[in-house]
Design a binder for this molecule. Structure first.
Ligand code: PRP
Length: 206
């Protein structure tokens, strides 16, 4: 059986494939994959899913390895082996609010895709807030008055800037992570070891 690698669709997928392509692996079938979500190359079976689902496929042993943002691991705490940091997908968890006239209220409302991370952050600060869970485009919430501030990931800062928001506090640096199914690490050790070694190797890092 081929090693199954689950990749987070979108930015991380492209960065990982660029990264992986610099190795001697033949990734040709992935180049014009179109909308296909499951593709086999000579050596691997790749599946493409949303970040949180990548963690689920790895947790359940459908995928042996996964490439996922650390934000997903911090928010959903999946039962997977958090193998190593990859040198891409670097961004920050940040608290951001309106640049002009940020609200002054006794109890703030915070919009976020990451309610667990946000709750932990404010619990540690000792501030009581209301959390509103959104699925995306969180930057809209302070502009439209749904929330006083947001907790979100910031990569280039372009989305915040384009929507008149600024970072008030950075919370956590994050990067892409390679995760592994706990049983696969033992059962498929021989097949996984060379891949993990490559991912760990210094010369592989851009
Ligand atoms: C993420 C994040 C920010 C944006 C940050 O959203 O939630 O909105 O990227 O990137 P930037 O700092 O480079 O602008 P994503 O693009 O994943 O879309 P979403 O808001 O629909 O989840």
């Amino acid at each position: 059986m081929k090693i199954c690698i689950a990749l987070t669709k979108g930015r991380l997928e492209n960065q990982f494939l660029d990264y992986f392509q610099s190795l001697s692996y033949n990734l040709e079938p992935l180049i014009h994959k179109g909308r296909k979500l499951s593709i086999e190359t000579e050596q691997f079976h790749f599946i493409f899913a949303k970040g949180v689902d990548v963690a689920t496929y790895v947790e359940h042993g459908i995928a042996d390895l996964g490439v996922v943002g650390e934000d997903i691991l911090l928010e959903y705490q999946p039962d997977v082996y958090n193998l190593l940091a990859l040198p891409f997908g670097k961004c920050q968890f940040a608290l951001a609010e309106r640049k002009e006239h940020p609200p002054t209220v006794s109890k703030r409302t915070i919009a976020t895709k990451y309610p667990f991370v946000a709750t932990e952050y404010f619990r540690k600060k000792g501030e009581s807030v209301d959390i509103v869970k959104l699925e995306g485009s969180v930057e809209l919430a302070p502009i439209l008055g749904l929330a006083d501030a947001i907790i979100d990931i910031v990569e280039t800062g372009t989305t915040l800037k384009a929507n008149g928001l600024i970072v008030k506090e950075t919370i956590h640096s994050i990067s892409a992570r390679c995760i592994a199914n706990r049983s696969s690490l033992k059962i498929k050790r021989e097949k996984l070891a060379p891949i993990i070694e490559l991912l760990e190797s210094k010369e592989f890092i851009k």
